[in-house]
Design a protein around this ligand. Structure first.
Ligand code: ATP
Ligand code: MG
Length: 299
């Protein structure tokens, strides 16, 4: 199936990774005709098909070569890799890029009232999780003999329900833990979304398409972090102004019509300009300080 002419990309159908993954595909110029109930979406301008599935299925689809690429959380990817390796199934993939979204951590959390010193406190106890392979690997590394209890949902209620003594679940703000009377203790895995690719041969046309898409992803990610900064600066303070602008070794300096002591400065900054820096620029006599988003970058 994967040797078909069209590049197949798997994305989460609906969940925390869906919106950002689709937005990224749009930003790199792939036009998609997504209909909510359909599993597959065809691109109208590139030889690309989008497979919209549960995130649990994405690592396997890539590792079995059913799709060419997929956007997936590293937590899910690593878990499935361990699970498949344990079952003797192929578990190969290649990470093309680590994305700037989907950030979370897999943490061990215990009920407020538990007298927890360190991970050894869990010796002989049960820990509920959706990620038994990652958790067991951690227990092994820490020489702790505890039992991972697999639950696919509502992990945070397991201690209250008497199913386990503690939990190991994904956390981003910690609000869910707090609402369930749990305290985060050990972070066992830090995750972001990644774009992965299947291993093995690929027809030339598909490979070329993929090689065209990856630099575009870099361009979009780079642009998100960068700003286009414009300002009017007193000529006499040019060096001090340059020192304040991030990444502005060689800014564009332009004369202003009819004004001799002021120049316009344009610079692409690799990072945002903080209010504090803008205030310092103003104190140096700079005016009309503009910080603008950049949509795309190349070269
Ligand atoms: P599906 O129905 O596709 O199986 P799901 O319920 O397993 O969805 P989501 O909750 O949508 O998955 O999370 C998908 C991924 O988003 C997680 O595996 C993780 O990589 C990432 N993520 C980012 N922040 C969080 C968070 N606070 N809680 C859970 N997952 C998060
Ligand atoms: Mg899932």
């Amino acid at each position: 199936m994967s040797d078909s002419r069209r590049l197949r990309i798997a994305v989460q159908k609906s969940g925390r990774l869906s919106k950002d993954s689709i937005e990224l595909l749009n930003a790199i110029g792939i036009k998609l005709n997504i209909r909510d109930r359909l599993l597959i979406a065809h691109s109208t301008n590139e030889d690309i098909d989008l497979l919209r599935v549960r995130d649990d299925d994405i690592p396997g689809l890539v590792m079995d070569g059913v799709v060419d690429m997929g956007f997936i959380g590293e937590n899910e990817l690593e878990e499935k890799m361990l699970e498949r390796a344990a079952a003797g199934k192929p578990a190969d993939y290649e990470v093309l890029r680590r994305m700037d979204y989907g950030g979370c951590r897999l943490s061990i959390a215990v009920p407020n009232e538990m007298d927890y010193a360190n991970i050894e406190t869990l010796q002989g106890k049960k820990v509920a999780t959706t990620y038994p392979f990652l958790l067991e690997r951690y227990f092994k590394e820490q020489n702790v003999n505890a039992q991972a209890v697999m639950l696919t949902g509502s992990v945070e209620v397991a201690p209250r329900a008497g199913v386990a003594d503690a939990i190991c679940d994904l956390v981003s703000t910690g609000a869910t833990l707090e609402a369930n009377g749990l305290v985060e203790k050990d972070v066992i895995f830090r995750s972001k979304a990644v774009l992965i690719k299947r291993t093995g041969e690929m027809p030339a046309a598909k490979r070329e398409l993929l090689e065209r898409l990856v630099p575009r992803i870099d361009g979009v990610m780079q642009a998100k972090e960068s700003k286009y900064i414009m300002l009017h600066a007193p000529k006499a303070k040019l060096e001090e102004v340059k020192d304040l602008l991030p990444g502005a070794e060689n800014p564009t300096v332009l004369p202003l019509a009819g004004v001799d002591d002021t120049v316009a400065i344009h610079v692409v900054s690799p990072e945002n300009l903080f209010w504090e820096t803008m205030e310092k620029l103003k104190d140096l006599g700079c005016r009309s300080i503009l910080v603008m988003p950049i949509e795309k970058m190349m070269g």
